[in-house]
Every structure is written in C-alpha cells, then in structure tokens.
Ligand binder design. Structure first.
Ligand code: T4K
Length: 406
C-alpha cells in the first residue's frame, strides 16, 4: 500500500464501524508543487528587479510558453479564471441573453450575470455532460447574443454543432475551458474553437499558478482589447479606454506557472494511467456509469467522475459520498447544486431555468473520485476497493446513513 494507506484491507466499511481504508484523507486533488530551487531562482530575479506586477518579464514569458504549448494564436493571462471569463465576455460587446449550461461551477454563470447579461440555461447531453446543441437551438431567441458552453471535466463539447449554431445566427461563442487545458480535439488545440476560450490556473487544476487564468484564441488581434480590460483600460499615460478592471497576473504567480509548465505532459500521462485503472476496476459495475469522451480527442484526464444510479448501485450518490468519507476518501459532488437552482438565478423567467431533466439527474448522481499524478497506483486501487466494498454492503449502509439523517 502507498504511504498513508492502512495496511489492512478493511472488509467492513468504515461507515459500519470497520477500519477506514486510508489512514489520512485522500482528497479529490492535490495541488502540484513547483520545484523549490527553480521557483526560488525566478523569485530572486523578481526581487532584484523589484517589478512584481504590471506586464512583467515572467508574465510575458509564461504567456509566450503557453501560446506555444497550447497551439493558440494569443494568450492573455489573468489573475484567475473567473475574471478572465468576465473580461472575455466584456471584450465581445455582448448584450441580452447568453445560452449556457447549468452543470458547471458557479463562476461560469456568475461571469455572465456580472456583465449585465441574462443567462439562459440549456440542458446537457446525458452521456458527455456538455451543453446539448439541440437544447441551445430551442432556447435561442432574438435577444440571444452568445453561447458560453463548458468543456466539462475536460471533455470537448460538440464544438462543430455549437460553432455552427452560432455562425447561423450571428452569435459569439466563449468556451469555458477551465478544465480543458492541454486537450486536443479533431486535430485542433481546444483553445482554437469558438471566438475565445478561457482557462483556469487555480491550484486545483492540472496546470496552475496558485490563482490565475487566461483568455486564448486563434486571432492575435483580440489580445490588445483583453490586455486593456485587465489593466483598467489604460492605453498610456494620457489615455484610458473603456471600463477595465485590475485582472493582472503577478510575477510571483507567473513564476509558479513557469516552473510547473514543463511537467504538464507527465502530469497528464500519470493521471491517464490512474484513470485507465479506475475504468478497468469500475466500468461495468452495476449502477456506475462513466462520462463518454468525445471522439477524436486527446484528453487531459483532469477529473474522474462516476454517475451513480441509486436503484442499481444500491446507494444514492449522497450515501456513497458519506460512506467514502468514512473511508477517508474525500470525493466531491461536482457539480451540485445545479447553477439554475442557485438563489441568484431564481428571478429568471421559467423558460431560462425550467426543464433541464438531464442536468438535474446528473447533478443528483455525479461523484468525483481522487485523481492527480502524485496518487500511488495502489491508492487508486484502494479507492476502487472502497467503493466496491460499500456497494457490497449497500443495504446495511443505507439504513445506517439514513438513521443518522444524512
Ligand atoms: N469555470 C469552471 C468550469 C470552473 O470549474 C472554475 C473553477 C472556473 C470557471 C473559475 O476558475 P477560477 O476563478 O477558480 O480560476 C475548486 C476551485 O476553487 C475552482 O477553481 C474550480 N473551478 C472548482 C471545480 O474546484 P473547490 O471549492 O471545490 O476547491 P477546494 O478548495 O475544496 O479544493 C479541492 C481540493 O483540492 C481540496 O480538497 C484539496 C486540494 N487543494 C485545494 C487547494 C485550494 C490543494 O491541494 N491545494 C490548494 O491550494 O473549488
């Protein structure tokens, strides 16, 4: 067993009084650590120069390195993915309604709302979990100006259908690619679809700058407006253009990114091996369904999710979550609650929030297992074992968990 795992293979699930499968919590992810010496050298340069932010050398280096690695025409870094998304929408001068998915992190929809636009939620595909182009076409109105789909868990959307829908009706497309850094789809880097794409470089992502993000795309002509938007709209000492924000990435954050970028492919490969092992152990288990990956895709293995059918598995997602927590496996319910059920969006007309049967079912069933490069192979097996052993004891666990009011 890997470090931190119990030497005993607990047969009685911990939620029923057995020994937890892991001695220490295993989280859904663990942030990658930059090499301390390399980071110190970069930070030493920053200290010597005393330029900590405002279009510094390291930010420029990072943007250039990302442009090359991600195969995009430009890369405008930001202080986080949410601000990057807000600026991307602002840069396109949108108005009215924006079609989006409810099955996402709140940031996607908040960015739309922060821009004074009206989110209109569309249903998702039940197998890929991404925005369903047919639902988007149905909910489009004369007021629609854009589509903000999400490549959920790094799985590419039906980009041809969505970009086609946009082209047919003069809409803009901003892909929320927060999870999709490094993915290639139909021979093109993921950041090259739509008008713009947005990455998150949060510490929980497979590449990160502690906090950070970027807007990318094919057309380098779009960089200037985004650069203005992230720096108050300042053109020069004598001119301010538009209502910008302070959305800049600092030199210290860029240093983290520069240290981590060379290890990106190794991280993707390590996660890929773990994901393959999870699939080997869990695909075909009654009541467990895996996300269907889009065809012609080189994935980044950023998340490993399961959809739990309570009837077939014997436990609901929430019961499984509690039972896994008792094993010291900290799974996450990404994405629950649905954004359309968030209080902030209850004021929207029913046509913008109602329906959505696939998204509702998914949000009640989804469970995200630990996946990161530093996990040991036997820890992956132990997580799978834990899940299988709680299924084997499902009826007893169900009454124990319900008895506690969980
Ligand atoms: N669009 C989408 C589709 C997104 O998923 C997100 C963010 C965004 C937009 C916005 O991007 P940012 O503005 O965040 O750049 C996390 C992240 O905070 C969030 O970035 C991410 N999506 C979301 C899916 O996950 P939480 O609340 O689940 O994170 P937290 O703090 O519970 O961390 C999860 C686990 O990660 C911890 O149990 C341990 C590990 N961890 C966490 C941190 C913060 C570390 O190992 N080190 C760390 O520093 O939201």
């Amino acid at each position: 067993m890997g470090a931190g795992t119990s030497p005993k293979s607990a047969r009685t699930p911990a939620v029923l009084g057995g020994e937890p499968r892991f001695a220490e919590p295993v989280y859904v992810t663990r942030a990658r650590r930059p090499d301390a010496e390399g980071f110190a050298a970069l930070v030493g340069d920053v200290f010597r120069s005393r330029t900590f932010t405002n279009d510094g050398v390291l930010v420029r280096r990072l943007e250039a390195a990302l442009r090359t690695r991600l195969g995009v025409g430009f890369c405008a870094s930001f202080c986080n993915g949410t601000t990057a998304l807000e600026a991307a929408l602002r840069a396109l001068d949108l108005e009215g309604e924006v079609l989006t998915t409810p099955f996402t992190f709140p940031a996607t929809v908040h960015a739309i709302q922060w821009n004074g636009l009206t989110p209109v939620f569309c249903d998702v595909d039940p197998d890929t979990y991404n925005l369903d182009p047919a639902s988007a076409a149905e909910r489009r109105t004369a007021r629609t100006s854009a589509i903000v789909p999400v490549h959920v868990f790094g799985n590419p959307c039906d980009v041809e259908a969505l970009d086609g829908l946009a082209a047919a009706h003069g809409l803009k497309v901003v892909y929320d690619a927060a999870h999709a850094l490094g993915v290639t789809h139909r021979g093109r880097p993921i950041g090259c679809w739509g008008d713009l794409a947005v990455f998150s470089f949060h510490a929980t992502k497979l590449f990160h700058t502690a906090e950070g993000g970027a807007v990318v795309g094919r057309d380098p002509g779009r960089f200037r407006k985004l650069a203005l938007l992230r720096n108050f709209g300042i053109v020069n000492e004598d001119e301010v253009q538009g209502v910008g924000v302070n959305g800049k990435l600092s030199e210290l954050h860029a240093a983290v990114g520069l240290e981590l970028l060379p290890g990106l492919d190794a991280e993707i490969a390590a996660r890929g091996a773990h994901a393959a092992r999870y699939r080997e152990r869990l695909a075909g288990v009654p009541g467990l369904k895996l996300q269907r990956l889009a065809a012609a895709t080189e994935p980044n293995n950023s998340y490993f999710t399961l959809e739990i059918d309570p009837g077939e598995f014997g436990l609901s997602r929430d019961e499984a979550h509690v039972a896994m927590r008792a094993e010291n496996v900290v799974t996450r319910k990404y994405f629950h609650p649905l954004c359309s059920e968030n209080d902030s969006y209850r004021h929207l007309p029913s046509a913008a929030v109602d329906g959505l049967p696939n998204a509702r079912r998914l949000s009640a069933r989804i469970l995200c297992l630990p996946l990161y490069g530093d996990l040991a192979a036997d820890e992956v097996d132990a997580v799978a074992d834990a899940l299988l052993s709680i299924q084997a004891a499902a009826p007893r666990i169900r009454s124990a968990v319900r008895g506690r009011g969980a």
